[in-house]
Ligand binder design. Structure first.
Ligand SMILES: Cc1cc2nc3c(=O)[nH]c(=O)nc-3n(C[C@H](O)[C@H](O)[C@H](O)COP(=O)(O)OP(=O)(O)OC[C@H]3O[C@@H](n4cnc5c(N)ncnc54)[C@H](O)[C@@H]3O)c2cc1C
Length: 387
Protein backbone atom coordinates (compact mmCIF):
# COMPACT_ATOMS: atom_id res chain seq x y z
CA UNK A 1 0.00 0.00 0.00
CA UNK A 2 1.11 3.61 -0.55
CA UNK A 3 -0.42 6.90 0.57
CA UNK A 4 -1.97 7.16 -2.91
CA UNK A 5 -4.13 4.09 -2.58
CA UNK A 6 -5.10 4.46 1.07
CA UNK A 7 -8.87 4.65 1.04
CA UNK A 8 -11.84 4.68 3.34
CA UNK A 9 -14.75 3.77 1.04
CA UNK A 10 -17.97 5.44 2.25
CA UNK A 11 -19.92 2.80 4.13
CA UNK A 12 -23.41 1.83 2.99
CA UNK A 13 -25.46 0.59 5.91
CA UNK A 14 -27.98 -2.12 4.99
CA UNK A 15 -31.67 -1.24 5.41
CA UNK A 16 -32.20 -3.71 8.27
CA UNK A 17 -29.82 -1.61 10.38
CA UNK A 18 -32.42 1.08 11.16
CA UNK A 19 -34.75 -1.51 12.67
CA UNK A 20 -31.93 -3.10 14.65
CA UNK A 21 -30.84 0.29 16.01
CA UNK A 22 -34.38 1.09 17.14
CA UNK A 23 -34.59 -2.31 18.85
CA UNK A 24 -31.30 -1.67 20.65
CA UNK A 25 -32.30 1.78 21.84
CA UNK A 26 -35.58 0.47 23.21
CA UNK A 27 -33.75 -2.40 24.94
CA UNK A 28 -31.15 -0.05 26.45
CA UNK A 29 -33.77 2.43 27.65
CA UNK A 30 -35.73 -0.37 29.29
CA UNK A 31 -32.64 -2.03 30.84
CA UNK A 32 -31.21 1.20 32.27
CA UNK A 33 -34.62 2.17 33.66
CA UNK A 34 -34.87 -1.22 35.40
CA UNK A 35 -31.28 -1.29 36.66
CA UNK A 36 -29.51 2.02 36.10
CA UNK A 37 -25.77 2.08 35.38
CA UNK A 38 -23.32 4.96 35.44
CA UNK A 39 -21.39 5.32 32.19
CA UNK A 40 -17.66 5.76 32.79
CA UNK A 41 -14.62 6.46 30.70
CA UNK A 42 -13.72 2.88 30.03
CA UNK A 43 -16.02 0.28 28.51
CA UNK A 44 -13.64 -2.16 30.24
CA UNK A 45 -14.86 -1.15 33.67
CA UNK A 46 -18.47 -2.32 33.41
CA UNK A 47 -18.42 -6.08 34.07
CA UNK A 48 -21.88 -7.63 34.48
CA UNK A 49 -22.44 -11.31 33.58
CA UNK A 50 -26.20 -10.75 34.05
CA UNK A 51 -26.25 -7.92 31.51
CA UNK A 52 -24.10 -9.95 29.09
CA UNK A 53 -26.61 -12.81 29.29
CA UNK A 54 -29.41 -10.40 28.42
CA UNK A 55 -27.40 -9.26 25.38
CA UNK A 56 -26.88 -12.92 24.45
CA UNK A 57 -30.62 -13.62 24.72
CA UNK A 58 -31.17 -10.90 22.13
CA UNK A 59 -28.71 -12.65 19.78
CA UNK A 60 -26.16 -9.84 20.01
CA UNK A 61 -23.07 -11.91 20.89
CA UNK A 62 -21.36 -13.85 18.11
CA UNK A 63 -23.67 -12.07 15.66
CA UNK A 64 -21.54 -12.79 12.59
CA UNK A 65 -20.75 -16.44 13.43
CA UNK A 66 -22.39 -19.48 11.82
CA UNK A 67 -25.72 -20.50 13.33
CA UNK A 68 -24.51 -24.00 14.15
CA UNK A 69 -22.01 -22.41 16.59
CA UNK A 70 -24.70 -20.32 18.25
CA UNK A 71 -24.08 -17.29 16.02
CA UNK A 72 -26.53 -15.18 14.08
CA UNK A 73 -24.96 -15.14 10.57
CA UNK A 74 -25.48 -11.40 10.46
CA UNK A 75 -23.18 -8.83 8.87
CA UNK A 76 -20.22 -6.96 10.39
CA UNK A 77 -22.15 -3.74 9.80
CA UNK A 78 -25.07 -4.99 11.87
CA UNK A 79 -22.62 -5.99 14.59
CA UNK A 80 -21.12 -2.50 14.33
CA UNK A 81 -24.50 -0.94 15.09
CA UNK A 82 -24.85 -3.13 18.19
CA UNK A 83 -21.39 -2.26 19.49
CA UNK A 84 -21.75 1.47 18.92
CA UNK A 85 -25.16 1.66 20.58
CA UNK A 86 -23.95 -0.32 23.61
CA UNK A 87 -20.86 1.86 23.94
CA UNK A 88 -22.67 5.15 23.37
CA UNK A 89 -25.06 4.19 26.17
CA UNK A 90 -22.11 3.30 28.44
CA UNK A 91 -23.67 -0.13 29.07
CA UNK A 92 -21.75 -2.64 31.27
CA UNK A 93 -20.56 -4.87 28.44
CA UNK A 94 -17.06 -5.96 29.33
CA UNK A 95 -17.85 -9.48 30.58
CA UNK A 96 -18.50 -10.77 27.05
CA UNK A 97 -16.61 -8.09 25.07
CA UNK A 98 -13.23 -9.75 24.50
CA UNK A 99 -14.75 -13.17 23.75
CA UNK A 100 -17.18 -11.65 21.25
CA UNK A 101 -14.69 -9.26 19.65
CA UNK A 102 -11.57 -11.37 19.28
CA UNK A 103 -11.35 -14.72 21.10
CA UNK A 104 -14.42 -16.16 19.36
CA UNK A 105 -13.38 -14.95 15.88
CA UNK A 106 -9.87 -16.31 16.52
CA UNK A 107 -11.27 -19.74 17.46
CA UNK A 108 -13.58 -19.64 14.47
CA UNK A 109 -10.65 -19.01 12.18
CA UNK A 110 -7.88 -21.13 13.72
CA UNK A 111 -9.48 -23.33 16.41
CA UNK A 112 -10.09 -27.05 16.02
CA UNK A 113 -13.55 -28.40 15.31
CA UNK A 114 -13.91 -29.56 18.93
CA UNK A 115 -12.71 -26.22 20.37
CA UNK A 116 -15.28 -24.39 18.25
CA UNK A 117 -18.09 -26.76 19.12
CA UNK A 118 -17.25 -26.60 22.84
CA UNK A 119 -16.68 -22.87 23.24
CA UNK A 120 -18.44 -20.77 20.59
CA UNK A 121 -22.02 -21.68 21.65
CA UNK A 122 -21.11 -20.91 25.29
CA UNK A 123 -19.63 -17.55 24.30
CA UNK A 124 -22.69 -16.69 22.22
CA UNK A 125 -24.91 -17.64 25.18
CA UNK A 126 -23.05 -15.15 27.40
CA UNK A 127 -21.75 -17.92 29.64
CA UNK A 128 -18.06 -17.92 28.94
CA UNK A 129 -15.68 -14.95 29.20
CA UNK A 130 -12.09 -14.58 27.93
CA UNK A 131 -8.90 -12.67 28.77
CA UNK A 132 -6.10 -11.64 26.43
CA UNK A 133 -2.73 -13.15 27.40
CA UNK A 134 -0.24 -11.19 25.32
CA UNK A 135 1.71 -8.61 27.39
CA UNK A 136 4.47 -9.66 29.78
CA UNK A 137 6.55 -7.71 32.31
CA UNK A 138 9.25 -7.16 29.64
CA UNK A 139 7.20 -7.53 26.45
CA UNK A 140 4.45 -5.11 25.49
CA UNK A 141 4.94 -3.28 22.21
CA UNK A 142 7.61 -5.78 21.26
CA UNK A 143 5.22 -8.71 21.55
CA UNK A 144 7.47 -11.10 19.63
CA UNK A 145 9.89 -11.04 22.57
CA UNK A 146 7.51 -12.92 24.93
CA UNK A 147 9.35 -15.29 27.28
CA UNK A 148 6.52 -17.37 28.69
CA UNK A 149 7.34 -20.85 27.44
CA UNK A 150 5.47 -24.11 26.88
CA UNK A 151 7.56 -27.31 26.76
CA UNK A 152 6.27 -30.57 25.25
CA UNK A 153 5.55 -33.37 27.73
CA UNK A 154 4.34 -36.94 27.27
CA UNK A 155 0.70 -35.81 27.53
CA UNK A 156 0.69 -32.25 26.25
CA UNK A 157 2.54 -29.10 27.24
CA UNK A 158 3.89 -27.54 30.45
CA UNK A 159 3.65 -23.75 30.75
CA UNK A 160 5.90 -21.44 32.80
CA UNK A 161 6.13 -17.64 32.83
CA UNK A 162 3.98 -14.60 33.55
CA UNK A 163 1.54 -12.29 31.78
CA UNK A 164 0.73 -8.78 32.94
CA UNK A 165 -2.02 -6.14 32.62
CA UNK A 166 -4.46 -8.99 32.00
CA UNK A 167 -7.88 -7.34 32.12
CA UNK A 168 -10.42 -9.13 34.31
CA UNK A 169 -8.43 -12.40 34.58
CA UNK A 170 -9.84 -12.63 38.12
CA UNK A 171 -13.38 -12.70 36.69
CA UNK A 172 -13.03 -14.50 33.36
CA UNK A 173 -13.02 -18.23 32.58
CA UNK A 174 -10.27 -18.56 29.95
CA UNK A 175 -7.22 -16.82 28.61
CA UNK A 176 -5.76 -17.22 25.13
CA UNK A 177 -2.06 -16.96 25.81
CA UNK A 178 0.78 -16.31 23.40
CA UNK A 179 3.98 -18.12 24.35
CA UNK A 180 7.20 -19.52 23.05
CA UNK A 181 7.26 -23.16 21.95
CA UNK A 182 10.36 -23.04 19.78
CA UNK A 183 13.20 -20.87 18.49
CA UNK A 184 12.41 -17.38 17.27
CA UNK A 185 14.21 -17.81 13.96
CA UNK A 186 15.71 -15.00 11.93
CA UNK A 187 12.67 -12.76 11.77
CA UNK A 188 11.94 -13.23 15.56
CA UNK A 189 8.35 -14.21 14.77
CA UNK A 190 8.87 -17.97 14.63
CA UNK A 191 8.43 -20.45 17.49
CA UNK A 192 5.34 -18.78 18.98
CA UNK A 193 2.08 -20.61 19.70
CA UNK A 194 -1.29 -19.86 21.28
CA UNK A 195 -2.99 -21.96 23.97
CA UNK A 196 -6.35 -21.95 25.64
CA UNK A 197 -5.77 -21.74 29.40
CA UNK A 198 -8.41 -22.40 32.04
CA UNK A 199 -7.81 -19.53 34.48
CA UNK A 200 -8.91 -21.63 37.47
CA UNK A 201 -6.57 -24.57 36.83
CA UNK A 202 -3.69 -25.68 39.07
CA UNK A 203 -0.50 -23.68 38.71
CA UNK A 204 -2.24 -20.46 37.60
CA UNK A 205 -1.93 -17.61 40.13
CA UNK A 206 -3.76 -14.33 39.55
CA UNK A 207 -2.27 -11.35 41.38
CA UNK A 208 -4.32 -8.13 41.37
CA UNK A 209 -2.87 -4.86 40.02
CA UNK A 210 -4.71 -1.79 41.29
CA UNK A 211 -4.94 1.09 38.79
CA UNK A 212 -4.69 4.86 39.38
CA UNK A 213 -8.39 5.00 40.26
CA UNK A 214 -7.85 2.48 43.02
CA UNK A 215 -9.80 -0.13 41.02
CA UNK A 216 -8.85 -3.77 40.47
CA UNK A 217 -9.40 -4.24 36.72
CA UNK A 218 -6.19 -5.87 35.53
CA UNK A 219 -3.79 -8.47 36.91
CA UNK A 220 -0.51 -10.28 36.75
CA UNK A 221 -1.07 -13.94 35.83
CA UNK A 222 1.73 -16.35 36.79
CA UNK A 223 2.07 -19.85 35.29
CA UNK A 224 3.96 -22.34 37.44
CA UNK A 225 4.24 -25.73 35.70
CA UNK A 226 0.73 -25.47 34.28
CA UNK A 227 -0.19 -28.71 32.50
CA UNK A 228 -1.93 -28.06 29.18
CA UNK A 229 -3.67 -30.94 27.41
CA UNK A 230 -2.71 -31.44 23.74
CA UNK A 231 -6.11 -30.34 22.48
CA UNK A 232 -5.67 -26.85 24.02
CA UNK A 233 -3.19 -25.74 21.35
CA UNK A 234 -4.99 -23.22 19.11
CA UNK A 235 -4.19 -23.49 15.42
CA UNK A 236 -0.72 -24.65 14.45
CA UNK A 237 2.36 -24.94 16.65
CA UNK A 238 4.76 -22.14 15.65
CA UNK A 239 2.05 -20.10 13.88
CA UNK A 240 1.25 -17.95 16.91
CA UNK A 241 2.55 -14.71 15.39
CA UNK A 242 0.32 -14.90 12.31
CA UNK A 243 -2.64 -15.80 14.50
CA UNK A 244 -2.09 -13.10 17.12
CA UNK A 245 -1.70 -10.33 14.56
CA UNK A 246 -5.04 -11.25 13.01
CA UNK A 247 -6.55 -11.03 16.51
CA UNK A 248 -5.07 -7.55 16.95
CA UNK A 249 -6.87 -6.30 13.83
CA UNK A 250 -10.20 -7.11 15.53
CA UNK A 251 -8.98 -5.41 18.70
CA UNK A 252 -8.10 -2.14 17.01
CA UNK A 253 -10.87 -1.45 14.56
CA UNK A 254 -14.00 -0.99 16.66
CA UNK A 255 -15.85 2.08 17.93
CA UNK A 256 -14.43 1.50 21.43
CA UNK A 257 -11.34 3.29 20.14
CA UNK A 258 -13.08 6.67 19.98
CA UNK A 259 -16.23 6.35 22.12
CA UNK A 260 -14.58 5.94 25.55
CA UNK A 261 -15.47 9.51 26.49
CA UNK A 262 -18.74 9.79 24.58
CA UNK A 263 -20.64 10.31 27.88
CA UNK A 264 -18.37 13.31 28.61
CA UNK A 265 -19.15 14.74 25.18
CA UNK A 266 -22.89 14.33 25.85
CA UNK A 267 -22.56 15.85 29.33
CA UNK A 268 -20.55 18.74 27.87
CA UNK A 269 -23.35 19.51 25.41
CA UNK A 270 -25.85 19.44 28.31
CA UNK A 271 -23.65 21.59 30.57
CA UNK A 272 -23.19 24.22 27.86
CA UNK A 273 -26.91 24.22 27.18
CA UNK A 274 -28.89 25.81 24.33
CA UNK A 275 -27.09 29.18 24.32
CA UNK A 276 -23.35 28.52 23.85
CA UNK A 277 -20.98 31.48 23.56
CA UNK A 278 -18.89 31.75 20.38
CA UNK A 279 -15.96 29.79 21.84
CA UNK A 280 -18.17 27.00 23.13
CA UNK A 281 -20.08 26.76 19.83
CA UNK A 282 -16.81 26.52 17.89
CA UNK A 283 -15.50 23.84 20.27
CA UNK A 284 -18.67 21.74 20.06
CA UNK A 285 -18.72 22.09 16.27
CA UNK A 286 -15.13 20.92 16.00
CA UNK A 287 -15.68 17.92 18.28
CA UNK A 288 -18.85 16.95 16.44
CA UNK A 289 -17.12 17.09 13.06
CA UNK A 290 -14.26 14.92 14.37
CA UNK A 291 -16.62 12.41 15.93
CA UNK A 292 -18.65 12.12 12.74
CA UNK A 293 -15.56 11.67 10.59
CA UNK A 294 -14.13 9.03 12.93
CA UNK A 295 -17.39 7.16 12.89
CA UNK A 296 -17.45 7.09 9.11
CA UNK A 297 -13.85 5.89 8.99
CA UNK A 298 -14.53 3.19 11.56
CA UNK A 299 -17.68 2.08 9.74
CA UNK A 300 -15.65 1.93 6.57
CA UNK A 301 -13.24 -0.48 8.31
CA UNK A 302 -16.23 -2.63 9.35
CA UNK A 303 -17.41 -2.67 5.72
CA UNK A 304 -13.94 -3.76 4.56
CA UNK A 305 -13.96 -6.58 7.14
CA UNK A 306 -17.37 -7.59 5.82
CA UNK A 307 -15.88 -7.75 2.33
CA UNK A 308 -13.17 -10.13 3.60
CA UNK A 309 -10.36 -7.55 3.41
CA UNK A 310 -7.65 -6.99 6.07
CA UNK A 311 -7.71 -3.25 6.77
CA UNK A 312 -4.87 -3.26 9.34
CA UNK A 313 -3.47 0.14 8.37
CA UNK A 314 -6.92 1.75 8.28
CA UNK A 315 -7.72 0.24 11.71
CA UNK A 316 -4.46 1.67 13.10
CA UNK A 317 -5.38 5.12 11.72
CA UNK A 318 -8.82 4.97 13.36
CA UNK A 319 -7.29 3.94 16.69
CA UNK A 320 -4.62 6.65 16.59
CA UNK A 321 -7.03 9.46 15.65
CA UNK A 322 -9.76 8.04 17.91
CA UNK A 323 -7.51 8.07 20.98
CA UNK A 324 -6.56 11.66 20.18
CA UNK A 325 -10.25 12.60 20.00
CA UNK A 326 -10.92 10.94 23.38
CA UNK A 327 -8.31 13.19 24.97
CA UNK A 328 -9.57 16.26 23.13
CA UNK A 329 -13.10 15.82 24.54
CA UNK A 330 -11.78 16.11 28.10
CA UNK A 331 -9.37 18.94 27.33
CA UNK A 332 -12.10 20.88 25.50
CA UNK A 333 -14.48 20.52 28.45
CA UNK A 334 -11.87 21.99 30.77
CA UNK A 335 -11.08 24.81 28.33
CA UNK A 336 -14.64 26.03 27.67
CA UNK A 337 -16.28 25.51 31.08
CA UNK A 338 -15.25 26.77 34.53
CA UNK A 339 -15.13 23.24 35.94
CA UNK A 340 -12.68 21.73 38.38
CA UNK A 341 -12.30 17.92 38.05
CA UNK A 342 -13.04 16.42 41.48
CA UNK A 343 -12.37 12.84 42.53
CA UNK A 344 -15.17 10.99 44.29
CA UNK A 345 -14.99 7.66 46.09
CA UNK A 346 -15.11 4.83 43.53
CA UNK A 347 -14.08 7.25 40.78
CA UNK A 348 -17.44 7.08 39.07
CA UNK A 349 -20.30 9.49 39.33
CA UNK A 350 -22.97 11.21 37.31
CA UNK A 351 -21.62 14.52 38.57
CA UNK A 352 -19.72 16.40 35.79
CA UNK A 353 -16.57 17.35 37.81
CA UNK A 354 -16.32 13.74 39.02
CA UNK A 355 -16.82 12.38 35.50
CA UNK A 356 -13.97 14.59 34.31
CA UNK A 357 -11.67 13.48 37.12
CA UNK A 358 -12.36 9.83 36.33
CA UNK A 359 -11.72 10.44 32.63
CA UNK A 360 -8.44 12.24 33.36
CA UNK A 361 -7.19 9.30 35.41
CA UNK A 362 -8.14 6.81 32.70
CA UNK A 363 -6.87 8.85 29.73
CA UNK A 364 -3.27 7.58 29.79
CA UNK A 365 -4.50 4.00 29.41
CA UNK A 366 -6.39 4.61 26.16
CA UNK A 367 -3.27 5.04 24.07
CA UNK A 368 -1.66 2.00 25.70
CA UNK A 369 -4.32 -0.71 25.50
CA UNK A 370 -4.54 -2.36 22.10
CA UNK A 371 -1.16 -0.87 21.05
CA UNK A 372 0.50 2.47 21.80
CA UNK A 373 0.43 5.62 19.66
CA UNK A 374 4.02 5.08 18.55
CA UNK A 375 3.26 1.50 17.49
CA UNK A 376 0.12 2.60 15.59
CA UNK A 377 2.14 5.28 13.80
CA UNK A 378 4.83 2.83 12.89
CA UNK A 379 2.21 0.39 11.45
CA UNK A 380 0.72 3.28 9.46
CA UNK A 381 4.12 4.48 8.21
CA UNK A 382 5.14 0.96 7.17
CA UNK A 383 1.75 0.33 5.57
CA UNK A 384 2.02 3.51 3.51
CA UNK A 385 5.53 2.64 2.38
CA UNK A 386 7.06 5.54 4.33
CA UNK A 387 9.60 3.44 6.24
C1 LIG B 1 -6.23 -0.55 30.52
C2 LIG B 1 -5.29 -1.55 29.92
C3 LIG B 1 -5.72 -2.85 29.73
C4 LIG B 1 -4.84 -3.79 29.20
N1 LIG B 1 -5.29 -5.07 29.06
C5 LIG B 1 -4.44 -6.01 28.56
C6 LIG B 1 -4.87 -7.37 28.46
O1 LIG B 1 -6.00 -7.72 28.83
N2 LIG B 1 -4.00 -8.27 27.98
C7 LIG B 1 -2.73 -7.93 27.55
O2 LIG B 1 -2.01 -8.80 27.08
N3 LIG B 1 -2.29 -6.65 27.64
C8 LIG B 1 -3.11 -5.68 28.15
N4 LIG B 1 -2.68 -4.38 28.28
C9 LIG B 1 -1.28 -4.07 27.97
C10 LIG B 1 -1.04 -3.25 26.73
O3 LIG B 1 -1.28 -3.99 25.57
C11 LIG B 1 0.41 -2.75 26.80
O4 LIG B 1 0.48 -1.83 27.87
C12 LIG B 1 0.88 -2.10 25.54
O5 LIG B 1 1.00 -3.02 24.51
C13 LIG B 1 2.24 -1.39 25.74
O6 LIG B 1 3.17 -2.26 26.27
P1 LIG B 1 4.03 -1.86 27.56
O7 LIG B 1 3.10 -1.38 28.61
O8 LIG B 1 4.92 -2.99 27.89
O9 LIG B 1 4.89 -0.60 27.12
P2 LIG B 1 6.25 -0.62 26.30
O10 LIG B 1 6.13 -1.53 25.12
O11 LIG B 1 7.38 -0.85 27.24
O12 LIG B 1 6.30 0.86 25.76
C14 LIG B 1 6.72 1.96 26.60
C15 LIG B 1 6.76 3.21 25.71
O13 LIG B 1 7.76 3.03 24.69
C16 LIG B 1 7.18 3.23 23.40
N5 LIG B 1 7.76 2.29 22.43
C17 LIG B 1 7.92 0.96 22.59
N6 LIG B 1 8.46 0.42 21.46
C18 LIG B 1 8.62 1.43 20.59
C19 LIG B 1 9.11 1.51 19.25
N7 LIG B 1 9.56 0.42 18.59
N8 LIG B 1 9.13 2.72 18.64
C20 LIG B 1 8.69 3.83 19.29
N9 LIG B 1 8.22 3.82 20.57
C21 LIG B 1 8.18 2.64 21.20
C22 LIG B 1 5.71 2.92 23.56
O14 LIG B 1 4.93 3.55 22.58
C23 LIG B 1 5.43 3.46 24.97
O15 LIG B 1 5.21 4.85 24.92
C24 LIG B 1 -3.52 -3.42 28.82
C25 LIG B 1 -3.09 -2.09 29.01
C26 LIG B 1 -3.96 -1.18 29.56
C27 LIG B 1 -3.46 0.22 29.77
Amino acid sequence: MSANNLRFPPPRLPDEVAELRAELRAFLAESSAAEPWLPNSDFGAGFSPEFSRKIADKGWIGMTWPKHYGGGERSHLERYVVTEELLAAGAPVFAHWIADRQSGPLLLRFGSQSQRAELLPRIAAGECFFSIGMSEPDSGSDLASVRTRAERTAHGWRLNGAKVWTSNAHLNHYMITLCRTGDAGEDRHGGLSQFLIDLRQDGVTINPIVNMLGAHEFNEVVFDNVEIPLDRLIGQEGEGWRQVTSELAYERSGPERFLSNFHIFQALVDEIGPAPDARQAEALGRLTARLWTLRRMSLSVAAMLQAGESPDVEAAIVKELGNKFEREVVETARAVLPVQPTITAGGNSADFPAMLAEALLRLPSFTLRGGTTEIMRSIIARGLGLR
